[in-house]
Design a protein around this ligand. Structure first.
Ligand code: NAD
Ligand code: LMR
Length: 334
C-alpha cells in the first residue's frame, strides 16, 4: 500500500513536471500564427494558450485540428481572457505590437508598442509572475526594461525569468556566413552580442570558424541590418515573421529543454546582465546558459579583436539610451 502510493506520487510528480503550458500574446499576428503553429508541433508543449486583441479563438480552432497531443485554447480579448490565457504558463511569448514599415527604425515603434507591452506585462505580473517571459515585440532594447519595471512595481521581478528574444540575429548570422563560405549553416555558430537593433547588434566573427570575417564590413552590416532587408522586401506589409517564428520557437524550445532538466542549453538572449552594469547598462545580450529557473549563467563576451571592440563601443552607447527610454516610460506612465 505504502509502496504503491509512493510510486503513484513519483509518477504524478514526473508527469506534473512535464506539463508545460505556453502562452502566445499576439497570437493572431504575422509572427504569432506561425509561431503558434511551431509550438503546436513541439511535443514539449502540452497546453497552448493563444491570446490576441482580435482573432485568438480562430487561430486556436484551426491549430487544434492538428493531430499532436497538446490542447490549444484561444481566449477572448478581455481582461479575464488575458488573465486566464497566462495563468499557469511556464513560458509566455510576447510578439504583440506593430511592425516596421520601410524608412522606420525599431525605435519608431516605441510610442505604440511600449504601452502594449506594459499592459501585457501587468497581466503577466498579476496572473503568472513565475512564467519565463520571452519578449519579441520591438524595440526589444526598450520593451524588455519596460517589463522589468512593471514586474518590479508589482513586487514580482525575477531577473532569471525575463528574456528579450535576440535569436533571430544568430540565426541570420549563421545563414549569411554559410552563404558567403559555401558551408552548412548548422556548422556555423556565430556569437552575436549587444542588443536587437542596428549597431547594437554585434557579431563576433573573430570567435567563429571564420575570423577573417571580423573585418568584412559587408557581412557585419548585413547581420546588423538584416531586419531592414525584409522590411524593404515586404514593402509596407510588415517585417520578418516566418524567420522570427522559427527563432522564437527555437528559444521557447531551449527554455523548455532546460526546464525539463537538460544541461548545457545555451542561447543568446537580452537579459539583465552584470557584464556592463558598471557603465550603467543593465541589459545585454550574450550567450546565456538556461536552467530550470530560467537564466542559469551569463557567459562573458570573451576575447574580441580591435574591430569588434569599436563595434561594441558604438553598441553600448545606443543600448544605454534605449534601456533608459524604457525605464523612463514606465516611471512616467505606470
Ligand atoms: P503583426 O501586426 O502582424 O501582429 C501583431 C499582433 O499583435 C496582431 O495580431 C495584433 O492584433 C496583436 N496585438 C496588438 N496589440 C495587442 C495587445 N494589446 N494584446 C494582444 N495582442 C495585441 O506584427 P508582427 O509582424 O507579428 O510583429 C510583431 C512585433 O514583433 C513587432 O513589434 C515587430 O517589430 C517585432 N519583431 C521582433 C523581432 C525580434 O527579433 N525580436 C523580429 C520580428 C518582429
Ligand atoms: C527583425 O530583426 O527582423 C525584427 O526586429 C523586425 C524589424 O523591424 O526588423
Amino acid at each position: 500500500m505504502f509502496m504503491a502510493s509512493r510510486i503513484q506520487r513519483r509518477a504524478f510528480s514526473a508527469s506534473a513536471r512535464q506539463l508545460s503550458k505556453v502562452t502566445v500574446l499576439g497570437a493572431a499576428g504575422g509572427i504569432g500564427q506561425p509561431l503558434s503553429l511551431l509550438l503546436k508541433l513541439n511535443p514539449k508543449v502540452t497546453d497552448l494558450a493563444l491570446y490576441d486583441i482580435r482573432g485568438g479563438p480562430g487561430v486556436a480552432a484551426d491549430l487544434s485540428h492538428i493531430n499532436t497531443k497538446s490542447t490549444v485554447k484561444g481566449y477572448e480579448p478581455t481582461p479575464e481572457g488575458l488573465s486566464a490565457a497566462v495563468k499557469g504558463a511556464e513560458v509566455v511569448l510576447i510578439p504583440a505590437g506593430v511592425p516596421r514599415k520601410p524608412g522606420m527604425t525599431r525605435d519608431d515603434l516605441f510610442n505604440t508598442n511600449a504601452s502594449i507591452v506594459r499592459d501585457l506585462a501587468k497581466a503577466v505580473a498579476k496572473s503568472a509572475p513565475e512564467a519565463k517571459v520571452l519578449v519579441i515585440a520591438n524595440p526589444v532594447n526598450s520593451t524588455v526594461p519596460i517589463v522589468r519595471e512593471v514586474f518590479k512595481a508589482h513586487g514580482v521581478y525575477n531577473p532569471k525569468t525575463l528574456f528579450g528574444v535576440t535569436t533571430l540575429d544568430v540565426v541570420r548570422a549563421s545563414r549569411f556566413v554559410s552563404e558567403v563560405k559555401g558551408t552548412d549553416p548548422k556548422d556555423e555558430e556565430i556569437t552575436v552580442v549587444g542588443g536587437h537593433s542596428g549597431v547594437t547588434i554585434v557579431p563576433l566573427f573573430s570567435q567563429s570558424n571564420h575570423p577573417d570575417l571580423s573585418s568584412n564590413a559587408e557581412i557585419i552590416k548585413r547581420v546588423q541590418f538584416g531586419g531592414d532587408e525584409v522590411v524593404k522586401a515586404k514593402d509596407g506589409a510588415g517585417s520578418a515573421t516566418l524567420s522570427m517564428a522559427q527563432a522564437g520557437a527555437r528559444m521557447a524550445d531551449s527554455v523548455l529543454r532546460a526546464v525539463g532538466g537538460e544541461k548545457g542549453v545555451v542561447e543568446p538572449s537580452f537579459v539583465e546582465s552584470p557584464l556592463y552594469k558598471d557603465q550603467g547598462i543593465d541589459f545585454f545580450s550574450s550567450k546565456v546558459e538556461l536552467g530550470p529557473e530560467g537564466v542559469a549563467k551569463i557567459h562573458p563576451v570573451g576575447q574580441v579583436d580591435a574591430n569588434e571592440t569599436a563595434l561594441l563601443e558604438a553598441a553600448l552607447k545606443d543600448l544605454k539610451k534605449n534601456i533608459e527610454k524604457g525605464v523612463e516610460f514606465v516611471a512616467k506612465n505606470p
